[in-house]
Design a protein around this ligand. Sequence first.
Ligand code: BDR
Ligand code: CA
Length: 310
Amino acid sequence: MTSFPTLHDCDPGSDDAITLLALLGRRDVQLLGVSTTHGNAPLSATTHNARALLTLAGRDEVPVYAGALGPLVREPVYAPQIHGVGGLGGVPLPEPARPVKAEHAALALVRQLCAQPGELTLLATGPLTNLALAERLRPGVLKEARQIIVMGGSLESGAPKLGNTTPRAEFNAYADPHAFDVVLKAGANLWLLGLNLTRQVQVTRARARQLATVGTAAAQTCAALLDDYLDRIGKLGQSVGALHDPCTAALMLAPELFGWEAARVAILTDSGEGLGETVRADGEPNVQLVTQADENGIYALIAQALEQLP
Ligand code: BDR
Ligand code: CA
């Protein structure tokens, strides 16, 4: 069986949580570590959530490394209107069974990427501060990853709705644009899933029911997280959401579900109304920009993974 040695950097976050549980449900994924960042909620909450999800899955042996308290330059921004103040809405989870590791997430990323050059896939589903800190500590380290798959940005230039946090910026890009810039310039094998891609994978009540019928506690939790998310965006006037972060795991595991093209992408880091906007730029490609997704295939993959968990 093909094995995917994997690191997951995240800010759970309902869709981060579904990503992590889907990874844990796959026998072919060797999850070497979960690193946490500020993002949807403060670092203490995202770290607690990651540990609780591992306990839910019966996988407390996976190490959790707490990372950046805040962005490289700007002030932190959180997303309580989408994920609740604690990051996972009101969805109950078990008390975490294991403590967080003493090692900082950025140091753990450097150590693990250098220990297995060219072997590891790094999934990044939050602001990119930990990745940028790792690159600053050890320039070139992100090139040691076999593949880095980032959920962030938005490339629907000209579309009626570009961003989800400001009119022009996606949340992870906006929450630490300077870190995003470091990662875009690192010369790594970088795959980018922006809102232009994740909005093709819709979250609806029917999709929540699809996961609930899988029946395991992990699947019921994911269904509850989707329902909580739909309740919250409903209050903002939206009836359909997007399954952002799990697309990263699906791309690693089943690239045939996606289409992509090489592109050069840059991010605006000057303060002002464009802060955090990702744009196409001239020059050599620096990312594989994922442009097409098979929505049914992605939900089937997630449902199959959740079926394997308690
Ligand atoms: C991204 O922002 C967060 O709120 C989600 O977890 C996802 O990573 C979508 O813009
Ligand atoms: Ca996230």
